[in-house]
Design a protein around this ligand. Sequence first.
Ligand SMILES: Nc1ncnc2c1ncn2[C@@H]1O[C@H](COP(=O)(O)OP(=O)(O)OP(=O)(O)O)[C@@H](O)[C@H]1O
Length: 327
Amino acid sequence: MTTKYDVELIAATKRYGNTVAVNAISLRIASGTYCCLLGPSGCGKTSTLRMIAGHEDVSEGDILVNNRNVTEFAPAERGTAMMFQNYALFPHMTCLENVAFSQRMKGVGRARRLEMAREFLSLVEMSAFEKRRPGELSGGQQQRVALARALITKPKVLLLDEPLSALDPFLRLKMREELKQFQRELGITFIHVTHSQDEALALGDQIVVMHDGEISQSGPAADVFDRPDNDFVARFIGGHNVITREDRKVAVRADRLKLAESAATALMTCNVTAVEYQGTHARIVMKDPDAAESLTMQVPDAEFKERPIDVGADIGIRWEAADEHSL
Ligand SMILES: Nc1ncnc2c1ncn2[C@@H]1O[C@H](COP(=O)(O)OP(=O)(O)OP(=O)(O)O)[C@@H](O)[C@H]1O
C-alpha cells in the first residue's frame, strides 16, 4: 500500500531579513497521523508551522497540503486550521459565538452556524458553557473551545502551536491524552509544535527534531528515542548519555547504565556529583574525570534502596554492548 501524505514541505526556507529561521527543509507527514515538531527555543518550529498555515510567507520552496501546492494560498484556502498557544479567543464573544465565528465570516446563516457551533462544542464536552465568555473559563476549558473553533472549519490538517504550555502540569497531562484521543477519533492529521521531549514522545506517531533551522532527525517516536542519528538528538531527546569510547562516540540510555559488581567489570569509573530521588527511580549524575561532560544513570528504586549511592562517591559503571548505539 502506498502511503498518502497530507503535508509535504519541499526545500522550504524562511528568512527574516538576514536571519535564516528555517533552512531548506523537506518533510512528508502521512495522512491521519500525529506529528510533533520538537526542538529548543529558536530552532524554527513555529516558523515552519506558520509557513504551513500560511501565516508566514515561504521565502523559498513549496508547501503541499493534500497534494495541492498551497504555497501562494491564503490561510483559509489551505485546508488547515491553527490552534494558537494562547488560544486567541475573542474575549467579548461567548463560547458559542467564538466557535461559530469562522462560519459567520463564510456567510453561513445564523441558525445553521449556531447549530454547527453547538455540535462542535458538544464534541469537546463544552455544551454547558456555551453562553460564557472566555474570561469565565479555566485554561483547559478555553483550550477545548479553541479546539472546537479550529475543528468547525473541517480542516484536513490541524496545526497546534505549543497548545499545552499555558496549562498547569496536571491539566497538561489530561489535555495531552484528550488531544491524542481527538486526533484518533477524527482521523485528521495533527501537527503539534513543542519543546517538550515528553510531550513529543507521548503524542507523536512521527517526531521531527529540529535544530538551527534544520531537521536533525525525523521518524517514529521509538526510533528517534532508541536510535538517535547524532549527538544533538541523543542529548536533546533526553535519557541518553553520549560517551566517547576508543575514539568513537556512542549513545547509551540513562536507564541502561548499571552499577558494576566489581572493579573488574566496570567500563568506567565516575565521581557522583548529584543524587535525586524521583520515586520510581534515583537519578545519579556523575562525571568521568577524563571527560568534560556529565553522565546520568537511572537506578530503579528497589536497587537504590539496597545499594544507596552518595554524592562524592567513586562508582564503577557498565552497560551491555547491545545497549550501545553508535553515533
Ligand atoms: N518575525 C521575526 N523577525 C525576525 N526574526 C524572527 C521572527 N520570528 C522568528 N524569528 C527568528 O527566527 C528563528 C526561529 O524562530 P521560531 O519562532 O520559528 O523558533 P521556535 O523554534 O518556534 O522557537 P520557540 O520555541 O522559542 O517559539 C529565531 O532565531 C527567531 O529569533
